[in-house]
Design a protein around this ligand. Structure first.
Ligand code: CA
Ligand code: CA
Length: 270
């Protein structure tokens, strides 16, 4: 009988942790919640579909009309210390031109604190002209540019055809080291892309860039896309231990010290 009670207690504990880890998700912008899965095929960050199956079964596809689609996968790249990355594929179908003013943009509210202006725990990645990455950190009222650690953001983009569209279009692949940018197991973001030629600025969600409280939610589960409810339960439960471990062991995000802000030298607390 004691074993039954013990087992029941464990299940209850797991279920309550499950709610902490994956269930109770803040949804700043209604309708903009998506789910991250593990990859079927580990992506190669070369800015294109490296093979026809590279992204075919990788993650949930989110489309912005016919202009853009993106998907993402999360990967544990190290267990000691636990290190988690998130890798995106973004295809901007309606941008077929190489302009110096084109940009990709990812705004990150890693602790889901929301707000009406970027906080110091928020980051913004701009990739401008398909060549130059800039990293910004929130100030409480706006953004200040900081020096990125190249190891934290791996990216590549090309003007290529793909299995999803035979007309050459801009494709971005980007891996972020989540903890280095303050992102927990679930995190909020806004993804945008701009084409200078057409003047199209598309974004998910289509809300103000500088209003974290209106960005979307990136939930996650362990495993590839579940095929049945029962499988879903299994992968959700298995994600609990990872979620708890990751939450407690994740590195602190970068912060720029007040003294370094004056000198322009960036120091990080990790
Ligand atoms: Ca690739
Ligand atoms: Ca363009």
């Amino acid at each position: 009988m004691k074993r039954v009670i013990f087992a029941a207690s464990c299940i209850l504990a797991l279920c309550s942790l499950l709610l902490v880890g994956t269930g109770t998700v803040k949804a700043p912008e209604p309708g903009y919640t998506r789910t991250d899965y593990n990859p079927n095929v580990t992506p190669t960050i070369d800015g294109k579909w490296t093979s026809n199956d590279e992204w075919a079964l990788n993650g949930e596809v989110t489309a912005i009309g016919n202009d853009l689609s993106f998907r993402s996968v999360w990967i544990i790249v190290s267990m000691d210390p636990i290190t988690v990355t998130d890798t995106f594929l973004v295809e901007f179908f309606s941008d077929t031109t190489n302009d110096t003013d084109d940009y990709w943009q990812l705004c990150i509210d890693g602790d889901q604190s929301g707000g009406t202006a970027p906080q110091t725990t928020d980051y913004r990645i701009d990739i401008v002209g398909h060549t130059t990455l800039k990293l910004y950190q929130g100030t409480g009222t706006g953004w200040t540019e900081i020096t990125p650690d190249p190891a934290d953001i791996i990216w590549n983009n090309t003007l290529s055809a793909s299995p999803t569209n035979s007309t050459a279009h801009w494709i971005l692949e980007m891996t972020i080291y989540k903890a280095e940018l303050g992102a927990g197991p679930t995190w909020n973001f806004r993804l945008a892309a701009y084409d200078k030629t057409t003047g199209k600025l598309v974004a998910w969600p289509p809300t103000p860039r500088d209003e974290p409280g209106r960005w979307g939610v990136q939930n996650y589960v362990s495993g590839v896309v579940p095929e049945s409810f029962s499988l879903g339960v299994v992968v959700l439960l298995s994600s609990v231990a990872i979620a708890v471990s990751f939450y407690f062991l994740r590195k602190r995000p970068k912060t720029q010290s007040s003294s370094s802000a004056k000198t322009g030298k960036i120091t990080y607390t990790r």
